[in-house]
Design a protein around this ligand. Sequence first.
Ligand code: CAA
Length: 266
Amino acid sequence: DATSETPGPVRVEESDGVAVVTIDRPKALNALSAEVLTALGEAFAALAARGTEVRGVILTGAGGRAFVAGADIRAMADLTAAEAARLARLGHEVAAGIEGLGAPVIAAVDGFALGGGCELALACDLIYATDAAKFGQPEVRLGLIPGFGGTVRLPRAVGPQAARELIYTGRTIDAAEAERLGLVARRFADREALMAGARAVIEEISANAHTAVAIAKQVLTAADGTDTATASGIEVEGFERAFATEDHGEGIAAFLEKRDPSFTGR
Ligand code: CAA
């Protein structure tokens, strides 16, 4: 497809409806320049345009040392504050594109996920990691703060106490601690097991009604951070939309007829 033909810092490979999006800039530990962010945004927009053909996405980094070591510090050196704000907005747009994709997105983290890299992983539905993964928000060490959603999504993932500690100290934590904090959903011995584990859970998810999973994702994203009454309203609205799908009719019929459902994504 068009995205994989474009030479650039982001590769998209697809098999059996599972897209693997690889940030491929290993010499800079896959650091997020404006070019990388733009390519990532385009890759996710192209996947979104394919609708239910895409069953799930695995987002990862090339080179074996890093998922993403953060925003590109070298490129940031020349920016004005206003230009840096534009870069941060671009980072937020990429995160919104990942959250807006109907299919689940799994961050497969092997090596460093620091700063903007940790924030990119946080925008995904699930973070899976190898034992060699390292996470942190080291921005304060550069006189900065997280700029691609870290102050928003990290507290939601690990709670306000752990998030403040990580953001104020700039400390790097290993995969075991990240798992203990709830930042990492699952931990694997090596990269091969990580990719197989991510693929297996996408297989498991895609046996279910695609639209129901997409609505669940929308509801979880939209309700996140809202008060109980608002979140409940968003859930009821999503429940109603799921109820109106053909797949819901099929799911109920299959249960009553004691057979496996055959979902169409409608
Ligand atoms: N931006 C640009 N280049 C980076 C980079 C980054 N974030 N991280 C690493 N690199 C480059 C290094 O400059 C180096 O390039 P050269 O070989 O040309 O010198 C190459 O990648 C390899 O890195 P190191 O030699 O530093 O490797 P190491 O093993 O000694 O250290 C590391 C690895 C601990 C991850 C270290 O590279 C590091 O601390 N990187 C920066 C991490 C960081 O501060 N990230 C936050 C960035 S700010 C941000 O992300 C803001 C935001 O929220 C939007």
